[in-house]
Design a protein around this ligand. Structure first.
Ligand code: NAD
Length: 398
C-alpha cells in the first residue's frame, strides 16, 4: 500500500505509516484539484493539512483510496459526505492543540492585565514608565468563558490554578471543573466577568454571536479575548468599545478575512489600538501541537490500515476490536439497513466459517462491522460478502 503525504506533515506521521508497512511519498506543498486527481489513483492513503481540498471529483477519480488524514484540527477542506459515500475513512486531530490555545489565552490575559504590550512599546521608544497605574494581578479576577468545550474547560483549570475565579456559559450541559460556576445565560456571565474569553465552535448559528449588545453588557474596564473563530464577533463594535475606554483591552487571534500568504497585508479595524494584542491565528501553532498532530493522525491511519479500527473517525462509525491473533479480519462497511449483520453471518455459516470476534457500529446511513474469522476459508466467502446489496466496501485484513 502507498501513502501520499502533502503540506509538510510532521516526520512522525511518515514513521508511523512506514512501520505499518506503507510506502510513503511526501510533497512539501499543497496540491490543486487537477494535480491531486492525477496523482491520487496510485495511493490508498492521503495525508493533508488545511490547504489541500479533497473534493467529490478527487475522490471519484481515486476508487482505491481507503483513508484521508487531516493533519490539522478542521476538516472543512474535505467533502465528508462524498468520502463517506465512497467508504473513505477521514481522521483528524481534534485535541492536539488544545493546550497551545489555552497557554496563549492565559499569556494574553496576564499581558493585558499588566498592560505589558504598552510598557514594551514605550521601552522600545526610549520611555521609562515605572508607574503601576492600570496594572493588576490576575489573582482574584473573574474569568468568563463562553464555550466550555475542550479548550474552554482546560482554560478554566489553568486559570483557577493562578487564583482566578471562573464562570462559564455553554449551550450544552457541561460538568463544571474545579470551583468553576456555570451561568444560566450569557447575560449573567457578562455581568459577572472581568475578562471574557470566547471558545465556541464554528457552527453557522455562532455567526455574529458577539456584537454591540454583548460588548455593551460587559463590565466597564473589562478585557476581551477571541481565539475561536473570526466570524463570531463584530470587530467594528469591539473597536468602538475599546476607543471609548469602556473596554480596557482585547486579544484577537482569528479574523474574518485572514491573509492567505505571508506576503499579503493584514487588514483590520483593530490595528494600532492601545492594549490590543493581535496575533496571526497562532493559537494552536506550537511545535508541540504539530508533533502531537503528526503522531495522533499517523497512528489513526496506521491502525485503520492494519486493524480496520475507526475510533474517532470524523465520518465513519467508530469501531475498535483488539488486534486479531491467528485470524483474518473482515472489515465490512455497509449501508445501515436492517439485517446486514444477519446476512454477513449467514454467508459465513453457509461456508462453515466460525466467527471468533465481532463488533458492529452504526452512524447515520453507514454501518461498519469488524469480524474475526479463522484463516482457512474459501474465496467464495469474500466474493459473496462483496456482492451483498448493502456493501459499500469490504477489506480483508490478516
Ligand atoms: N486560534 C486557534 O488557532 C484555534 C486552535 C484550535 C481551535 N480553535 C477554535 O476554538 C474553538 C473551540 O475549540 P474546542 O476544541 O474547545 O471546541 P469544542 O467543540 O470542544 O467546544 C465548543 C463548545 O462551545 C459550546 N458552544 C457552541 N456554541 C455556543 C454558544 N453560542 N454559546 C455557548 N456555548 C456554545 C459547545 O457546546 C461546546 O461545548 C473552535 O471554534 C475552534 O475552531 C482555534
Amino acid at each position: 500500500m502507498k501513502a501520499l503525504l502533502l503540506e509538510n506533515t510532521h516526520p512522525d506521521a511518515r514513521r508511523l505509516l512506514e512501520d505499518a508497512g506503507l510506502e510513503v511519498t511526501e510533497k512539501t506543498s499543497a496540491l490543486g484539484e487537477q494535480d491531486l486527481c492525477e496523482l491520487l489513483p496510485d495511493f490508498q492513503v492521503l495525508g493533508i493539512r488545511s490547504k489541500t481540498r479533497v473534493t467529490s471529483a478527487t475522490l471519484a477519480g481515486a476508487p482505491g483510496l481507503l483513508a484521508v488524514g487531516a493533519f490539522c484540527i478542521g476538516t472543512d477542506q474535505i467533502d465528508l459526505s462524498a468520502a463517506s459515500a465512497r467508504g473513505v475513512a477521514v481522521f483528524n486531530a481534534p485535541y492536539s492543540n488544545t493546550r497551545s490555545v489555552v497557554e496563549l489565552a492565559m499569556a494574553e490575559i496576564i499581558a493585558m492585565t499588566r498592560r505589558l504590550t504598552e510598557k514594551d512599546r514605550a521601552m522600545h521608544d526610549g520611555v521609562w514608565d515605572k508607574s503601576a497605574r492600570g496594572a493588576h494581578e490576575v489573582r482574584g479576577r473573574t474569568l468568563g468563558i463562553v464555550g466550555y468545550g475542550n479548550i474552554g474547560a482546560q482554560l478554566s483549570v489553568v486559570a483557577e490554578a493562578l487564583g482566578m475565579r471562573v464562570v462559564f456559559y455553554d449551550t450544552a450541559d457541561k460538568l463544571a471543573l474545579g470551583n468553576a460556576r456555570r451561568c444560566v445565560s450569557m447575560d449573567e456571565l457578562l455581568e459577572t466577568a472581568d475578562i471574557v474569553s470566547l471558545h465556541v465552535d464554528g457552527r453557522p448559528s455562532n455567526s455574529a454571536l458577539f456584537g454591540e449588545k454583548e460588548f455593551s453588557q460587559m463590565r466597564p474596564g473589562a478585557l476581551f479575548l477571541n481565539l475561536c473563530r473570526g466570524f463570531v464577533i463584530d470587530h467594528e463594535a469591539l473597536r468602538a468599545h475599546l476607543l471609548s475606554g469602556h473596554l480596557a483591552g482585547a486579544a484577537v487571534d482569528v479574523f474574518l478575512d485572514e491573509p492567505r500568504s505571508a506576503g499579503e497585508e493584514f487588514r483590520s479595524v483593530l490595528r494600532g489600538l492601545h492594549n490590543v494584542i493581535l496575533t496571526p491565528h497562532i493559537g494552536g501553532s506550537t511545535e508541540e501541537a504539530q508533533a502531537d498532530i503528526g503522531a495522533f493522525v499517523g497512528a489513526k491511519l496506521a491502525d485503520f490500515i492494519r486493524e480496520g479500527t475507526t475510533s474517532l473517525s470524523v465520518n465513519l462509525p467508530s469501531v475498535a476490536l483488539p488486534p486479531p491473533a491467528g485470524t483474518h479480519r473482515l472489515a465490512h462497511l455497509h449501508h445501515n439497513v436492517p439485517g446486514v449483520l444477519a446476512e454477513i453471518n449467514s454467508v459465513l455459516a453457509d461456508h462453515d466459517v466460525n466467527v471468533e470476534a465481532q463488533l458492529l457500529g452504526t452512524r447515520g446511513d453507514l454501518g461498519y462491522a469488524l469480524t474475526d474469522i479463522g484463516i482457512d476459508y474459501e474465496d467464495a466467502v469474500v466474493a459473496r460478502l462483496r456482492e451483498m446489496a448493502a456493501t459499500v466496501r469490504l477489506r480483508v485484513l490478516s
